[in-house]
Design a protein around this ligand. Structure first.
Ligand code: GDP
Ligand code: MG
Length: 597
């Protein structure tokens, strides 16, 4: 396809502003699918994406659009995920396009992720077309939101496109704006092949599929390609595009986006951001790649039933085929036995993986409290990364502990600002900026990531009645007064309950955790002491009194089937318990460690 007939674009928006619905309408308008094939939100293909209404994997679709000038254009739409955990997926999609549709809900206005995404698009030198969605709603205030976009973002919104993705109103105007206002891609067909590896995943029918954007040269079926970072060579056996069905097309030229398969075995061999070139005439230098994703939150995943360990390993391997951003390695815990230490992009990512393991692989899991990655400088000058609180070196060997910080942008209606500021303060936040746009405030804070991973997002939502929006980016490491908080059950430390906390929070966290555990550990034949300790110093203590009766005493003489039921229930409960020393700790206790802010 001639370059001037191609438009590559992303849709960026805050979550729920209507990005997926708009994508569906565009696909429909361009005849990509028949009405029968058109089910709602075709791009959100995973079950969990549909249920939670979020887009996890960025997807791409090639559309043919006959414009009002009578010319047919090829439009490549890159859908992007809206949640902060998946910011890296946004950046990789943006790197493959020349422009963005900026979708803003005309009844809500600019939110934290609207801003974050726009800044990423501007960094990628995108032309931006503002689109005001949901103008069918009585609460829509398009004129006010236009002014807000200009005030807050600083881009011209005077010719924003007004649409309702739900009713289809204005979809034609969006398509015209795409071809008239976005620039076509540039590239040289005769130069050596240079293609950006945007994404890769494992498909049960196609094997490893690589999504590419060609810059220069031509990518053909049968060509021997080379991945520039590793030097690995493969022969391309299929070239195609998603229309949105996978369709074979033979070759991809400059400016085009599509997929290839090349007999590659593992997604891990296809580093996102890598440059693909041709073996016999390689490009002189790779494209400037983009930042690879790095896991920022780690936790332990253990099978509730120890016999399921191998099954868990296989399941993790299968998931990783599709999601190279998640990591795992075997670990063992005195309390939980054999399991895996896993790294995630954020808490939502953690929840999604956990949910997929339980749902798709039928596993019953015990999850330990998530922990951020600390850097520990030892007295002998060595530096180590700490993924697991249980691996904390002895205090006498530690020179300094550094923790990751984030820069957070929070947007909130005026009346809830006080509560938000108090929350940030309580979490050791440092205010960087506070500005107003209409009746919304925008607060920029630096916060330790450690204070955010547990329940910050939930608390933010609850203190603002759901009106605050939040976005963050990592912002370096800083030394902190951090201590290892151990939980002792009958004087023995339970490794899976250990936490790293700021000294100023240690008392509160220790007390809260002991109280919670007291309620969660059922009485046993003897008294149980639950203590929180920093080093040798006990900072909190609770006691679970010894049990008086056994479960059957309640129904002596009674009905035998009821007795059997009680015994079975007790047995079932046992499976979900962890024997620790002489004490049995239920699975729910480990999860509870998460929820004590
Ligand atoms: P995304 O998170 O940005 O992908 O948003 P979705 O496309 O999933 O839309 C979020 C919600 O807004 C869904 O319930 C949609 O049905 C609804 N929605 C999307 N566009 C419109 C619109 O133009 N008008 C109205 N009334 N609702 C819309
Ligand atoms: Mg969506």
């Amino acid at each position: 396809t001639a370059l001037e007939l191609i438009r590559n674009f992303s849709i960026i928006a805050h979550i729920d502003h209507g990005k997926s619905t708009l994508a569906d309408r565009l696909i429909q308008a361009c005849g990509g699918l028949s009405d029968r094939e058109m089910k709602e939100q075709v791009l959100d293909s995973m079950d969990i994406e549909r249920e939670r209404g979020i887009t996890i994997k960025a997807q791409t679709v090639r559309l043919q659009y006959k414009a009002s000038d009578g010319v047919t254009y090829t439009l490549n739409l890159m859908d992007t995920p809206g949640h902060v955990d998946f910011a890296y997926e946004v950046s990789r999609s943006l790197a493959a396009c020349e422009g963005s549709l900026l979708v803003v809900d005309a009844s809500q206005g600019v939110e934290a992720q609207t801003l974050a995404n726009v800044y990423q698009a501007l960094d990628a030198h995108h032309e931006i077309v503002p689109v005001l969605n949901k103008i069918d709603l009585p609460a829509a205030e398009p004129e006010r939101i236009k002014t807000q976009i200009e005030d807050v973002i600083g881009i011209d919104a005077s010719d924003a496109v007004m649409i309702s993705a739900k009713t289809g109103l204005g979809i034609g105007d969006v398509l015209e704006a795409l071809v008239k206002r976005l620039p076509p891609p540039t590239g040289d067909e005769t130069a050596p092949l240079k293609a950006l590896l945007i994404d890769s995943w494992y498909d049960a029918y196609l094997g490893v599929v690589i999504l590419v954007r060609v810059r220069d040269g031509i990518l053909k079926t049968g060509a021997k390609i080379k991945l520039m970072s590793t030097g690995a060579v493969y022969q391309v056996d299929r070239v195609g595009a998603f229309t949105p069905k996978a369709t074979t097309i033979g070759e991809l030229g400059p400016g085009e986006v599509g997929f290839i398969t090349a007999g590659i075995k593992a997604v891990a061999d296809c580093a996102v951001g890598d440059t693909i070139t041709e073996e016999k005439r390689p490009a002189a230098a790779p494209l400037a790649g983009f930042k690879p994703s790095v896991p920022v939150v780690f936790c332990g995943l253990f099978p509730a039933d120890a016999a399921e360990f191998e099954h868990l390993r296989e399941s993790l391997q299968k998931l990783r085929l599709n999601d190279a951003s998640f990591q795992f390695e075997a670990e063992s815990s005195a309390a939980l036995g054999f399991g895996f230490r896993c790294g995630f992009l954020g808490l939502l990512h953690l929840e999604i993986i956990q949910e997929r393991l339980e749902r798709e692989f039928n596993l019953d899991l015990v999850t330990t409290a998530p922990s951020v990655v600390y850097k520990v400088v030892l007295t002998n000058g060595e530096e180590m990364e700490l993924h697991n609180p249980a691996d904390m070196p002895d205090v006498v060997r530690i020179e300094e502990i550094q923790e990751p910080w984030i820069k957070a942008t929070i947007m909130v209606p005026d009346e809830h600002l006080g509560a938000i500021l108090a929350l940030c303060q309580e979490r050791r936040g440092i205010q960087i900026d506070l500005t107003y746009a209409g009746n919304r405030a925008m607060a920029v804070y630096r916060l330790p990531l450690n204070e955010v991973v547990f329940d910050f997002y939930d608390r933010l939502k609850s203190v603002s009645r759901g009106y605050a929006s939040f976005d963050y980016a990592l912002d370096g490491y800083e030394p902190g007064d951090l201590v290892l908080l151990n939980i002792l059950v009958n004087a023995e430390p339970v490794d899976a309950l250990a936490l790293i906390v700021h000294r100023s929070q240690a008392d509160r966290r220790g007390r809260a955790l002991c109280e919670k555990l007291k309620d969660l550990i059922p009485p046993q034949m003897f008294q149980i002491a639950i203590q929180a300790a920093i080093g040798g110093r006990i900072i909190a203590r609770e006691t679970v009194r010894a049990m008086r009766k056994d479960v059957l005493s309640k129904c002596y003489g009674g009905d035998i089937s009821r007795k059997r039921k009680l015994l079975e229930k007790q047995k079932e409960g046992k499976k979900r318990m962890r024997q620790f020393g002489k004490v049995e700790i239920p699975q729910s206790a480990f999860l509870a460690a998460l929820k004590t802010g």
